[in-house]
Design a binder for this molecule. Structure first.
Ligand code: UDP
Length: 364
């Protein structure tokens, strides 16, 4: 993979502006977290990943430092915040598989809700006053009267279709109440479908197991796994497959930096959608992968997946108004091309290779 000089990770001491406070990124060794570490460092702030490496990868902490720890361990969080003089926390650590949340809701409430309580307690005990929380479009409910062309605003009904969505909504509400009670300020970013990979070739998507459409489609085309199963083609949408709002992970990372900079009063909480406003169908994703790789995607049509609403597309206008943020690299072709480059030659997390996250001397 090619890298350019400006994509080289910073070594400690080379940061652009040491005057801006450090940011602790829980879950920083994960897919989205790793891209956030880079964006935070490029904004001139030291980035410190706090991650237990249960799902993340050491190699994903190419920008910033790593503190290994469990987010429910409040004392460890306090120590990491104090040692690095962090003034803000981006809280990403948590469980994300919607399907698994239906069979092990206990784990999701423990990690996602108890984990957030621990982060809030650590912030109250330290000088970290700004929180950016990794939330999800899963907080919205499916409106049976809705049409596929409807966009979700932050005021759309909240009635999550999964225990995963329940935990994200509960965490948001705990954060809002804690801001009001304890003078913290926070933004919850409700992610739509993060996809794609960093332009450096050093960071990309690596989940075990992989369940997301874009990596699975690319891997099917590359022969790295069997045919893709399209989960239903009889939805009330233009081509019968589900519509989702795919956002390039680098754009999503940029929204976190914008949220660190947002003007918020002490005690203030806001929730903001991070999407493009444009829905793409499963068949459109398959066509984009075929264009990017110039080869067919082997696929079969299967049954609907439980809990999949026909359409989840953001109204992104509050992100523009509140954060001054707009997507820059989120055309479907750009997303798919960057993901295809990564999956052709992933640096870590290859499911076939069984590369586990391993401890190393880079831990802070
Ligand atoms: N999807 C699919 N086959 C797969 C994985 C996903 O057809 O193997 C569909 C899924 O039903 C949804 C869309 O692709 O409509 C995006 O799914 P993904 O799991 O990537 O993200 P989600 O929208 O569930 O967060």
């Amino acid at each position: 993979m090619q890298t350019s000089a400006e994509d080289e990770p910073h070594s400690p001491g080379q940061r652009a502006d040491k005057g801006r406070g450090a940011v602790l990124v829980t879950g920083g060794a994960g897919y989205i977290g790793s891209h956030i570490l880079k964006a935070v460092e490029e904004s001139g702030r030291p980035a410190v990943a706090f991650d237990d490496l249960s799902h993340g990868f050491l190699e994903a902490c190419a920008w910033g430092e790593l503190v290994q720890g469990d987010v429910r361990d409040t004392a460890a969080l306090i120590s990491a915040i104090e040692r690095h003089d962090a003034v803000a926390v981006i809280h990403m650590a948590g469980l994300i598989e919607v399907g698994r949340s239906t069979v092990r809701p206990d784990l999701f409430w423990d990690q996602n809700v108890q984990g957030t309580a621990s982060v809030l307690a650590a912030m109250r005990a330290t000088a970290a006053r700004r929180l950016v929380f990794s939330s999800s479009a899963a907080v919205y409910g499916h409106d049976p009267r809705g049409r596929w062309s409807d966009l979700l605003t932050e005021e759309s009904p909240k009635d999550p279709a999964s225990p995963y969505g329940d935990t994200k909504l509960a965490a948001e509400r705990m954060i809002a109440a804690s801001c009001a009670a304890f003078g913290l300020s926070a933004i919850a970013l409700r992610y739509f479908n993060a996809a794609g990979a960093d332009s450096s070739g050093r960071l990309g998507e690596a989940h075990h197991p992989e369940t997301h459409l874009i990596p699975l489609t690319i891997q099917a085309a590359l022969g790295q796994r069997g045919p893709l199963t399209v989960f239903g083609n009889d939805f009330d949408t233009p081509d019968g497959t589900c519509l989702r709002d795919y956002i390039h992970v680098a754009d999503l990372a940029g929204a976190h930096v914008a949220a660190l900079d947002a003007a918020l009063e002490p005690g203030e909480f806001d929730a903001v959608n991070v999407g493009t406003g444009r829905g793409r169908s499963v068949f459109e994703v398959i066509e984009a992968v075929e264009r990017a790789l110039d080869r067919p995607v082997p696929r079969t049509i299967g049954a609907r997946r439980a809990g999949d609403p026909p359409s989840l597309v953001a109204d992104p206008s509050r992100a523009a108004a509140r954060l001054g943020w707009r997507p820059r690299s989120s055309s479907l072709d750009e997303i798919v091309a960057s993901a295809a480059r990564w999956h052709a030659e992933p640096l870590y997390g290859d499911e076939g290779s069984g590369t586990p996250a391993r401890p190393s001397a880079r831990r802070a």
